[in-house]
Ligand binder design. Sequence first.
Ligand code: DX5
Ligand code: ZN
Length: 217
Amino acid sequence: MPNRVLVAPSLLAANHGDFAAGITAIEAAGLEWVHLDIMDGHFVPNISFGPQVLADLRARTRLFFDTHLMLLHPDKYIEAFARAGAQRITVHVEADHDVARTLARIRELGCAAGIALNPDGDPSAVLPHLHTVDLVLCMTVFPGFGGQAFIPSTVETIRRLGDERTKRGLNYRIEVDGGINPETAALCRAAGADTLVAGTSFFKAADRTALARSLIG
Ligand code: DX5
Ligand code: ZN
């Protein structure tokens, strides 16, 4: 049975001086997940926020913390994010770590584990890990900044991961991240994506509930 389509707004596009208001906006739109983009200035050329922000927000919300680590050494920080209340931790296959070991440690810490692939990444890099994750994140822009344009060639990667899911009888989620709006969401859903990260399109929408509905399709 296909996974229910979920929208995960990214706090990266919210006011960083008032994340609590961003959380309230997501809840008010009737959504269940928040996407937390963690950047270290090494794996990507930008810095966002750290585990203390998650810990403080954890006390205010029951939203599912979908945590995307854009860190060169994610293995050094997974424990801090798990303790801060992350429920899923997604790490990049391109980062500098023993990927299988990091994924196992994420699960040991009681979190769901995800694997992320850059938009120019070869999908075969994640194939050995598909049976150990419950989410594959296909970057649809180069990670580092919100507000970029969707890269159309990533649709092929989504399709490949969708085919692999069917072939192996697995049910990991396929999450897309970057430049997602109603038009690109439809392309991604048609290719097999079921989890839609939306930063700019969500926080800039005049009617966020309607925007979320149109992403779900
Ligand atoms: C990019 C982040 C994305 C980003 C999406 O590095 O991983 O989650 O915030 O933002 P939009 O939706 O603005 O492209
Ligand atoms: Zn992200």
